[in-house]
Design a protein around this ligand. Structure first.
Ligand code: HEC
Length: 205
């Protein structure tokens, strides 16, 4: 009787999970559904990268390149073409500002691909000592690389985050990023997701 109960509970949990997943898209169809799926692929890739950067999962340059490749392929035109004008059908969380501010929206989409490509290139760069605790240690770690330029850049980072750096293309160039530790590039990539969501996606509760 007992094993049976456990098995049933596990099954119930699995089913509940499936149902919750289905509700997340709450009847989305067409291009809204497509972009939600695309965004979810981005979310999955970022989740795995986050675990690696935090040391919760072994770091593998090959895997980082693969995940960065997925992100790159979902950015740029692949992203913007999933936002035809006025496509706000329920349950979309997109906002009309996308189309009144299209230049900025598409600039961020392009940046996503550029930064992802930079992450792929930086995947094999030196990383800060394991367990440095927090990726923001990035500033200290640049020293070891004898890259003065890199240091200045890292300092600027905090400032730019505060301002919503993605605005009009004032973030570091991809060329700068490829010389940084992958952890730092990853941060800039994550900023790119947030910058777009902040302005172009309904606020999450
Ligand atoms: C250029 C803008 C832009 C960029 C860059 C961007 N997103 Fe989004 N994202 C959106 C918009 C707009 C929505 C809401 C779409 C909708 O509901 O119609 C969204 C929704 C999402 C969702 C919710 C999907 C769902 O099922 O409702 C996830 C998850 C997500 N984004 C993850 C990411 C991650 C991770 C990144 C970075 C790797 C990223 N996004 C980059 C604009 C962007």
């Amino acid at each position: 009787m007992k094993p049976m109960t456990i098995a049933t509970a596990a099954l119930a949990a699995m089913l509940a999970g499936g149902v919750a997943g289905a509700f997340a898209h709450g009847g989305a169809t067409g291009v809204v559904k497509e972009r939600m799926e695309s965004m979810e692929a981005l979310g999955d890739a970022m989740k795995e990268l986050t675990a690696m950067m935090r040391g919760q999962r072994p770091y593998g340059a090959e895997r980082v390149r693969a995940l960065a490749g997925i992100i790159e392929s979902h950015g740029g035109d692949a992203l913007t073409e999933l936002f035809p004008k006025g496509s706000l059908d329920h349950p979309s969380e997109a906002v009309p500002a996308i189309w009144s501010n299209w230049d900025r929206f598409s600039a961020i989409a392009n940046r996503l691909s550029e930064y992802a490509a930079a992450l792929a290139k930086a995947a094999g760069n030196d990383r800060p000592a394991a367990g440095a605790g927090g990726m923001m240690q990035g500033q200290g770690m640049m020293q070891g690389q004898g890259m003065m330029q890199g240091q200045g850049m890292m300092q600027g980072q905090g400032m730019m985050q505060g301002q919503g750096m993605m605005g009009t293309g004032h973030g570091p160039t991809a060329e700068m990023l490829v010389r940084m530790p992958p952890d730092a590039v990853f941060l800039h990539l994550a900023d790119t997701c947030s910058a777009c969501h902040q302005d172009f996606r309904k606020k999450q509760n």
